[in-house]
Design a protein around this ligand. Structure first.
Ligand code: AMP
Length: 190
């Protein structure tokens, strides 16, 4: 059993690398962004609640996110572990995750943080916006807000894991397979 947090700013490549990790290690993908987009598409109450935050590039309130993750963990059986993607995004979410996992006899083995400079992030998100259909990928102001929210509210989560000696930083600029090679080495060491 391995439980991993894949961390980084919007556009760092978390989704791309998550797919490769799932394929190699058979982990369960838990992307809160994907879960919210699914709710949005299905027009659920949760989706409608999250919509205004997502469209503005702001964080959905902690209790809403935490409740959704709790449900996903509780309803997942026979897993080799989770890859958390886009969660936790606040220290309160990180604390809640530790509590949730402990209830199920699990823990986070490590956080892998992808480091990418801001100009590269912006270019990648704009490029993705051409095909992703995501409102939050297309507008310069929204992209800027998401990066600011990351720096102000999400970056402290890296310190939370560093304080537990669980943080590994990886350069997220380069060939996808080369970055994945480095990620695999870290995962194999858990
Ligand atoms: P993402 O696909 O991870 O970039 O998430 C898209 C949007 O969903 C974010 O800009 C937030 O509005 C919302 N969201 C996703 N995950 C979280 C989270 N852990 N906490 C708060 N809001 C989130």
């Amino acid at each position: 059993m391995r439980n991993i947090v894949l961390f980084g700013p919007p556009g760092a490549g978390k989704g791309t690398q998550s797919e490769k990790i799932i394929e190699k290690y058979g982990l369960t993908h838990l992307s809160t962004g994907d879960l919210f987009r699914k709710h949005l598409g299905e027009g659920t109450e949760l989706g409608n609640l999250a919509k205004k935050y997502m469209n503005e590039g702001r964080l959905v309130p902690d209790e809403v996110v935490i409740g959704m993750v709790e449900e996903k963990i509780a309803s997942t059986q026979d897993t080799k572990g989770f890859i958390f993607d886009g969660f936790p995004r606040t220290t309160a979410q990180a604390e809640a995750l530790d509590d949730m996992l402990a209830k199920h006899g699990m823990k986070i083995d490590g956080m892998i943080a992808l480091e990418v400079p801001e100009d590269v992030l912006k270019a990648r998100i704009k490029e993705r916006g051409k095909t992703s259909g995501r409102v939050d990928d297309q507008d310069d102001q929204k992209i800027q807000t998401r990066i600011k929210v990351y720096l102000d509210e999400t970056l402290p989560v890296a310190s939370y894991y560093q304080n537990q000696d669980k943080l590994t930083n990886i350069n997220g600029v380069g060939a996808i397979d080369s970055i994945f090679g480095q990620i695999s080495e870290v995962i194999d060491s858990y």
